[in-house]
Ligand binder design. Structure first.
Ligand SMILES: C=C(O[C@@H]1C=C(C(=O)O)C=C[C@H]1O)C(=O)O
Length: 196
């Protein structure tokens, strides 16, 4: 196994970052752009895209789209994530980390933090998504809506890790969850990447 990577049972590519890179979050694309001048047009496109990311990726696939679950379970969010969600420090939450793959290639890494208080009633189903994309659940529901998108600049260890990310809170009444989406170089390098 190459250092810093884990093997993937499902992917033939063997280029899958095991851990998400540390990321600095900015309240807008404009704020992030002040730090990293000249964010390229393809990154800007994905960072600002409205609606379901799953759906947008599915539209770019020739052979198919699938979700690979890297880990799912009750874990402790970071302090910063707990603050962003307004949950007590140290309280465990349901954490889901996945790879969104187009044509068998990982295109996006996603990390979702779901507080325990969100896992009630019908939303208990959020623990049982498995390979069903979270976007299919959130965007088919009338109850859930998305807050503003933050832009993340990633501090990567190597060129195979995602350079940029975006993050937003989803709300349903008092319930919240936090979705982070990290764009991998294979997606950003596609010639049709920012064509709708
Ligand atoms: C929020 C969405 O759901 C996507 C699917 C995810 C999952 O299955 O865990 C995670 C993040 C998203 O990119 C979306 O499609 O926009």
């Amino acid at each position: 196994m190459r250092r810093g990577f884990m093997p993937s049972k499902d992917s033939e590519h063997g280029r899958i970052p095991a851990a998400l890179p540390p990321t600095t979050w900015y309240c807008s694309l404009a704020a992030a752009n002040l730090k990293r001048h000249g964010l390229d047009p393809v990154s800007r496109y994905w960072l600002q895209l409205e609606g379901s990311l799953t759906r947008a990726l599915q539209l770019r696939c020739q052979q198919g789209f699938h979700v690979e679950v890297a880990r799912e379970g009750f874990y402790r969010p970071t302090r910063e994530e707990a603050l962003t969600l307004g949950i007590p420090m140290g309280q465990v939450a349901w954490i889901r980390e996945v790879r969104l793959c187009g044509d068998d290639t990982p295109w996006v890494l996603a990390r979702t933090i779901i507080p325990r208080s969100t896992l009630r009633g019908a939303d208990r189903r959020l623990k049982n998504l498995g390979r069903t994309p979270l976007g299919a659940y959130l965007f088919s529901s009338q109850r859930w809506s998305r807050g503003p998108l933050q832009t993340g600049l990633c501090h990567r260890r190597d060129q195979e890790q995602p350079p940029v990310a975006r993050r937003s809170l989803f709300h349903s009444g008092e319930r919240r969850l936090l979705v982070g989406e990290y764009f991998l170089p294979d997606l950003l390098a596609r010639p049709d990447s920012n064509r709708t």
